[in-house]
Write a protein that binds this ligand. Structure first.
Ligand code: PPS
Length: 287
C-alpha cells in the first residue's frame, strides 16, 4: 500500500489531501472557538457515522435540516487542503472533523472550552476497512495485498500514522471534562445509549422522540441508501465506488474473515506490546 506522502512530526500525511502548510496551520494557527465540537478519530473508525450523529443531535433529530449538505462537506477535516474556505463559511457552533493525533492537534484547542468526541474502533476491523478502502480511493497505488496493509498499519506507515500512537496520545485526555470517547462497537451494540451519552456530554437536551430520530437517521442502512451520506457524489477520479462501497459492511468482527491464524497471533503480540503501558481495556476486548 503506497501513496504520495510526507511526514510531519512523525506522522504520515497524503499529498493529495494535505500539505505541510495545511497541517502546520491546523496545529499552530487554527482558531478554535469555545463552542466548537470536534469529531476526532483515527481513519476508518466511524468518523462519518459520528458526523451524522453529531449533526442530528445539533438539529434535535431533524433529518431534513441536518442533511442539507453532503456529509463530506458538512463537517470538514480542518487539517486538509481546501477546508479553510469551507470552515470560514460555517456558522457556530461548528462541528469539525479531524484525524490528527494529539501531538499535532490545534494548539488553541487546549486553551479553549471546545469539546472533543473521540471515536475508536477495534484496530483489526480498522485494518479490514482500510484494506477495502485502498481499492476504491484513488490515492492508493501499487500492491494492496492484505498482508501489506496489515504491515503498513503496524509500522505506522498508514495515512495519519500509527493507530497505537493515536489512541495512546488521545487517551491522555480521558479524564478531561472537554473530552469524551466512545467505541464503534458500543455504538453498534447500543446506538441509542451512545447517543444519550453524547447528548449528556454536549449538554444537549433532546426528548425521547428526538433521540429516536437521531438513532433512526444514523443507522447504517439509512446512511448507505442516501447519496448525501454514502459518498457517491464524490468524483470517480477520487473514489471509484464501482470497485466497492465507502459504506461497506458497517459491522464488527469482519477481521475474523480476513486475518489468517498467523496474522491474528502476530497482531495480538504487537497489540499487547504496544498497548501495555496504557492499562485500558477497550469495549471490543470485553465482548
Ligand atoms: S474515513 O475514511 O476515515 O472517514 O472512514 P470512517 O467514516 O472513519 O469509517 C468508515 C467505516 O465506518 C462505517 N460506517 C458505519 N458503520 C455503522 N453504522 C453507520 N451508520 C456507519 N457509517 C459508516 C463504514 O461502513 C466503514 O466501515 P466498514 O467496516 O468498511 O464497513
Amino acid at each position: 500500500m503506497s501513496f504520495d506522502h510526507f511526514d510531519y512530526k512523525g506522522t504520515r500525511f497524503a499529498k493529495a489531501a494535505h500539505s505541510e502548510d495545511t497541517v502546520s496551520y491546523a496545529e499552530n494557527e487554527f482558531e478554535v472557538f469555545d463552542d466548537d465540537i470536534f469529531n476526532v478519530t483515527y481513519p476508518k473508525s466511524g468518523t462519518n457515522w459520528m458526523i451524522q450523529i453529531l449533526n442530528l443531535i445539533q438539529n434535535k433529530g431533524d433529518h431534513e435540516k441536518s442533511n442539507i449538505l453532503p456529509i463530506h462537506i458538512r463537517s470538514p477535516w480542518f487539517e486538509t487542503l481546501g477546508s479553510q474556505e469551507q470552515i470560514q463559511k460555517m456558522e457556530s457552533p461548528r462541528i469539525l472533523s479531524s484525524h490528527l493525533p494529539h501531538h499535532i492537534f490545534a494548539k488553541s484547542f487546549f486553551k479553549s472550552k471546545a469539546k472533543i468526541v473521540y471515536t475508536l474502533r477495534n484496530p483489526r476491523d480498522v485494518i479490514v476497512s482500510l484494506f477495502h478502502f485502498t481499492k476504491i480511493l484513488k490515492i492508493y497505488k501499487g500492491s494492496k495485498e492484505f498482508q501489506e496493509v496489515l504491515e503498513d498499519f503496524i509500522q505506522g506507515n498508514a495515512l495519519y500514522g500509527s493507530w497505537f500512537d493515536h489512541v495512546k496520545g488521545w487517551m491522555q485526555m480521558k479524564d478531561d471534562s472537554r473530552f469524551f470517547f466512545i467505541t464503534y462497537e458500543e455504538l453498534l451494540q447500543d446506538l441509542r445509549g451512545g447517543v444519550v451519552r453524547i447528548c449528556k456530554f454536549l449538554g444537549e437536551d433532546l426528548d425521547d422522540a428526538q433521540i429516536d430520530l437521531v438513532v433512526k437517521h444514523s443507522s447504517f442502512k439509512t446512511m448507505k441508501d442516501d447519496a448525501q451520506t454514502n459518498w457517491t457524489q464524490l468524483p470517480t477520479d477520487i473514489m471509484d465506488q464501482s470497485k466497492g462501497s465507502f459504506l461497506r459492511k458497517g459491522i464488527s468482527g469482519d477481521w475474523k474473515k480476513h486475518f489468517t491464524v498467523a496474522q491474528s497471533e502476530y497482531f495480538d503480540k504487537v497489540y499487547q506490546e504496544k498497548m501495555k503501558d496504557l492499562n485500558m481495556n477497550f469495549f471490543w476486548e470485553q465482548s
